[in-house]
Design a protein around this ligand. Sequence first.
Ligand SMILES: [Zn+2]
Length: 181
Amino acid sequence: MNPIWPCFHDPAYRPTHLERLDIHWKANLRMLRFPRDLGLFTVISLIPLLLLLLVAEWFPGPFQSGTATPRAPWVELESIVPAFVLLVLVFLVLQHLAFVTAMNLTYLHHVRAVLRDRGIPLCEQCGQLLSPDRPESACPECGHRRLATTLIDLDSPKNGEPLGHPSQDAAANHPQNGIRR
Ligand SMILES: [Zn+2]
């Protein structure tokens, strides 16, 4: 897992800027259909803010103005600026790490699913480009093998069975059993 930025796909695959926008637009729409991913993304993204609130509670120094002995405003400002800048920098780094972690855990697989829907033979585990002739073979990079069941299959008449499964052909041959939604 790359902590700097998610690796959406093999660098060898180079979509144009417009294609990239379209891929991420569709991946965002796809993610909206998964409440678990949305919830997890929100929770992880809020962790740095919660930490900031805890720090403000435990070490109120940089957040407090006013001291027992009144001082000129610029003297007071000088005393809190270094701590405040450090706090903001740490917060921004943590926020970025949380954002990338959230994307890796909840968004990355939607991007890869959209790419596969566009016919790009991609490993869903690591994003490696697979052989176009044998997209179902094990990934040479991580050894992951794609499951036969996909989201589209779940919408098919026989849940959990890939389209074209022999049982569906049998059902299609018997009209009384072949009611399709
Ligand atoms: Zn792989």
